[in-house]
Structures are given as C-alpha cells and as structure tokens.
Design a protein around this ligand. Structure first.
Ligand code: MRU
Length: 350
C-alpha cells in the first residue's frame, strides 16, 4: 500500500488502540491492535509508535484504554488508572508530548471513560489542524529563501504522517512547498541507528512524488559544502523556553554544519512540543537506548562481541544555531529574540 493511502498512524476502534507498526515499514503495512496498557507501552518503547506528536496522542489514547479497563467508581480503580497513566508518561522521557497527552486526558477523568476518549479525539483533531497551520507558515518562510528558483532541502528522521495526525511538521512543510512547485530535491538523512529517514521519510516522500535522495547522516556536511542544501528542515521532541531544541540524534551536528555554511535551520513543531517549565535545554532528559541498536545492523552483529556503545536517541541543539522555530501560532527567531505574531494577532491589534 502506498503511504498516501495509509490509515492513521494511531486510532481507536471498539475499545482498542489500532496503530501502524512503524518498525515493519516500508516492507510491510502491519496494524497492531493494542488492547492493554502494557501492549501500548511496549509499542512506544520499541518505536512501533513514535514521533513526538503521535506520542502525545498515544499518551491520551493510553489513558482512555486504562479508563476502559479499571472501575473508575472505586478508589482502587482510580489509583490503578493513575499508576497506568504514570507508566505511559514515563515510557519515553524526551518528547514532552507524551506526558502532556497523558496529563490532558487525565484532566477529563471526571467525565468517565467516554469523556477521556472524547478528549483524545479532540487532541487528534487539534494536532491535525496545528500541523497544517505550522507547515503552511514554515513553507511561507522557507519559500522566501531562494526567490525565483526551486529549493534543495535537507531533513532528518521522520516528521510526517506517521509521526503526526496530518501530513507532518518538517515533512508537511516539504509537501506544501512541493505543491507550490518549489522543491528541486530533498536530501533525506538515513538517520542512524533506526533509519527513520531511510525507511519512513523516503517512503512518504516517494509516495507523494517528491524528488529525494538518501544520504548517510555523515554526508550532510559535505552536501552543504557542495552547495546542495538551501535549508535544513527538522521537527522537535522538546523545545525549552529559550528555543533550545531536542530532536533526533544528529540534529545538533546538522545545525553546527549549517552554521559553518550559513544555511538556515528551521524547526517545525506544534505548540504542544514546547516545554514551558524548562528555561533552557540543559534540563532536557535525553533517552539512551540499547547498545544493540548500534553494535548490530539489520539483526546481524557487526561490532566485536565485547563492544560497548553510546546510543543517545536525541541531542539538544542550542537556540543560537536555529534560524526559526515555527508552530501553528508563531515564528520564533531565537537569535534575534523575536517572536512574530500571526496575521490574526496583527489583525486583532488593528
Ligand atoms: O525516536 P523517534 O523516532 O520517536 O524520534 C522522532 C524525532 O526525533 C522527530 O524528529 C520528532 O519527534 C518530531 S516528529 C514530528
């Protein structure tokens, strides 16, 4: 099945969370039926369900699952639900959306299981709307970079329909630019070690007919040096108040290389990815994953049997290396301390 004909990355059907198993793509389109909180947590930790906005929705649907499992009318039932909610929120530490989704669904507990589920569905609709708005705003911004010619873009990890409730953040922006006839080529970082770029982004862009080429992550700086990149477009997992941004490991290196070559770095992410309690990125917890993801490849051990590995899933890019952070509501330019209001906000002032 092509990516454009895909079901939603995550849905609720008759008391069960139905998720695309992102580990199997692009080879197979497999749907997981997650009937218990444990199954949902396993899907999150194994990256069957992944990408910050989708994790937020998984958090909310997870609370709905728990609410349908436990008897909320009893103190023991409510305590069990809250324990499940805490386990879901902690399944992965870096994307702020996960705990946010759990908290928001919990806030509707008084309305019972159906109220919690209704809140999860509202969040899906909101994420889709936020996604489209942010992608449109970011496309306007990026389109100005090279007036009169098509753009060469570089992206990292997967920020598309598998990671969000609509077309995606950075990928949504690329698709919007492509609809405007403004994309010459997208360089897609393969995104070691789990290959979200090679497996998922390449699949989504190919299905949309957007011209792309894959490159190993370490080729990105060389591509910039050869003037093959007009703009780096990425998503985010957590953004601190000052604009420091956690995203897939390798993003910081991209931003360092982009600064060297004076290439803009644009982060596209919904407001739900901003962590208003963190003044800067130093407090962001970066998930460290199993060494086996690095010491092997495609299920085959490649490193010596006693090799250890450093395997952070994310890194933190300092705000000073980011040209703009674009959400559904605003464009923040951290280097200049500027937040641009939306046209609606400007209209309200007039
Ligand atoms: O480990 P993953 O695949 O969940 O990491 C995903 C990313 O880093 C994405 O860039 C981020 O979540 C934004 S998705 C719109």
């Amino acid at each position: 099945m092509s990516a454009s004909a895909l079901p939603a990355a995550l849905d609720w059907e008759d008391g069960v969370v139905v998720a695309i198993d992102q580990r199997a793509l692009p080879g197979a389109l497999r749907l997981l039926r997650l009937e218990t909180v444990d199954q949902l947590i396993d899907a999150i930790t194994s990256l069957a369900v992944r990408g910050a906005p989708t994790l937020g929705l998984a958090g909310a649907y997870g609370v709905a699952l728990a609410a349908h499992t436990h008897d909320l009318g009893t103190p023991a039932g409510e305590a069990a639900l809250r324990a499940d909610a805490a386990r879901i929120a902690e399944a992965r530490p870096t994307a702020v959306n996960l705990a946010w989704g759990v908290r928001r669904a919990l806030s509707r507990l008084a309305a019972g299981p159906q109220g919690v589920l209704a809140e999860a569905r509202v969040m899906v609709a909101e994420d889709a709307a936020a996604n489209r708005a942010a992608a449109g705003r970011a496309a306007d911004l990026v389109a100005e970079l090279a007036p009169g010619r098509k753009l060469r873009l570089l992206t990292h990890c997967n920020t598309g329909r598998l990671a969000t409730a609509a077309e995606g953040t950075a990928i949504g922006t690329i698709l919007e630019l492509a609809r405007r006839g403004l994309v010459e080529e997208v360089l897609v970082d393969e995104t070691r070690p789990l290959l979200q770029g090679a497996r998922l982004t390449a699949w989504e862009l190919g299905a949309a007919g957007v011209p792309y080429r894959l490159c190993v992550d370490s080729a990105a700086a060389a591509a910039m040096d050869r003037s093959m990149v007009d703009c780096v477009l990425v998503g985010a997992d957590r953004i601190a108040v000052n604009g420091d941004t956690a995203n897939k490991i390798g993003t910081y290196g991209l931003a360092v290389a982009a600064a060297r070559h004076r290439i803009p770095v644009v982060v596209v992410a919904p407001e739900s990815t901003w962590d208003h309690e963190l003044p800067d990125g130093s407090g962001i917890v970066v998930e460290e994953r199993d060494a086996a993801e690095v010491t092997g490849f495609g299920g085959t051990r490649v490193a010596p049997s006693d090799a250890k590995a450093f395997n952070p899933a994310f890194d933190v890019t300092p705000a000073e290396l980011i040209t703009a952070l674009v959400s559904e509501r605003r464009t923040v330019r951290p280097r200049f301390g500027v937040t641009e209001p939306t046209s609606a906000e400007i209209a309200a002032l007039l």
